[in-house]
Design a protein around this ligand. Structure first.
Ligand code: ATP
Length: 351
């Protein structure tokens, strides 16, 4: 593998607040990494340290093996797109993109030519003469992307790039940006609190909470094999139950569930099951739990059954077209929890 960007023991404190705990992290060359986590988890601080806008309290930042920890932002050849886009409102689209090239010493004609080519790349070919105020949110974002790419950056950094866009446009731009990133093969880091955005765009997702990394893995692995309850809860939906490990499984209250977990008998655990992995069908086998339908949520492509079961409240989800039950509020049913679909996590014993 070619060398990308990496962090070794990088941390950041603001006074007594630790924004980022000591962190080791690799960003493989040509891949897109999403830094994902709730507000305040430290993802923006991590990105700003990579960009050179914030000095790490400790640790080393390496690019292609070279220590760049103390290089100032403008020496890093990193392109950055901010949440607000930070465009010059009174300049034309072309001038916005050409600006940094001219500042960098390129002749005006050459800079305009290059800006035009970049605007083609982001599908804004005919927009060079417009003012920023005459553009939609999605178009502004494309200008910000073209401007960031003008420097031919070695690393492309985006801080919540979609947050100024409405939901539909946001999804379109996620796909478009991912395709552009793959076409250019540029090492990219995207900060987001939106798990769907991270799943859509990333080769690897770094899930953070409280300044710590909870898991680093490709999107599918994050979803199907979450490292802990924080990740299982933050990415997608999950039903959680407290239990105790017994021979061959876990007991939740009086109910014995067969699981594939490997913990010592008597250990307190929390089990998680995704709503689409629980089933209400006539198939026999282990782990059948009686339940009553409390609410049916019809979302078009999905139908969610909110149940009160023998082990607690639970949501079971069916995609339209799947052979699922047709149940109404008040109906009695039985939920089947396939052992291989039950994830088991350690739990601190109650005091
Ligand atoms: P958001 O999605 O809300 O931007 P985030 O995950 O990007 O959140 P950061 O902005 O990195 O989080 O902040 C992490 C922590 O560090 C927070 O507790 C924040 O209050 C604190 N923090 C960030 N910048 C500073 C600063 N300049 N001075 C003091 N504390 C800061």
């Amino acid at each position: 593998m070619m060398l990308g960007l990496s962090l070794k023991g990088v941390s950041k404190s603001f006074g007594h607040i630790t924004a980022v705990e000591p962190t080791d992290l690799s960003f493989p060359k040509g891949e897109l990494t999403a830094l994902l986590g709730p507000s305040g988890c430290g993802k923006t601080t991590l990105l700003r340290m990579i960009a050179g806008l914030e000095a790490p309290t400790r640790g080393t930042i390496l690019l292609g093996g070279e220590d760049i920890t103390t290089h100032p932002a403008h020496k890093r050849k990193f392109g950055m797109v901010f949440q607000s886009f930070a465009l010059f409102p009174h300049y034309s689209v072309r001038e916005n993109v050409a600006y940094s090239l001219v500042i960098g010493g390129m002749g005006k004609a050459a800079a305009c030519k290059k800006a035009n080519a970049l605007l083609e790349t982001v599908q804004l070919g005919g927009f060079g003469d417009r003012r920023i105020g005459e553009l939609s949110g999605g178009q502004r974002q494309r200008v910000a992307i073209a401007r960031a790419l003008a420097q031919e950056p070695e690393v492309f950094l985006l801080d919540e790039p979609m947050s100024a866009l409405d939901a539909k446009l946001r999804e379109e731009m996620q796909v478009e940006l991912r395709l552009l990133q793959q076409r250019l093969g540029i090492t990219t880091i995207v900060v987001t609190h939106d798990q769907r955005e991270a799943m859509t765009m990333a080769d690897q997702i770094v899930v953070m909470s409280n300044g710590r990394i909870e898991q680093i893995a490709p999107p599918q692995e994050i979803y199907h094999q979450p490292a802990n309850t924080f990740v299982a809860d933050f990415i997608g939906k999950a039903n959680f139950f407290d239990g105790i490990v017994v021979e061959g499984g876990v007991t939740v209250g009086d109910t014995h569930l067969t699981t594939q977990a490997n913990f010592q008998s008597g250990s307190p655990v929390q089990i998680a099951i995704r709503p689409e992995r629980a089933a209400m069908d006539d198939e026999g086998g282990a782990n059948r739990v009686a339940a009553k339908v409390m609410f049916v949520r019809d979302l078009g492509p999905l139908r969610e059954y909110h149940l009160q079961s023998d082990i607690g409240p639970m949501i079971v989800e069916y995609a339209v077209g799947e052979t699922g039950p047709t149940l109404s509020t008040g109906d009695a049913t039985t939920v089947r929890l396939p052992p291989e679909a039950i994830q088991v996590f350690p739990r601190a014993a109650p005091k």
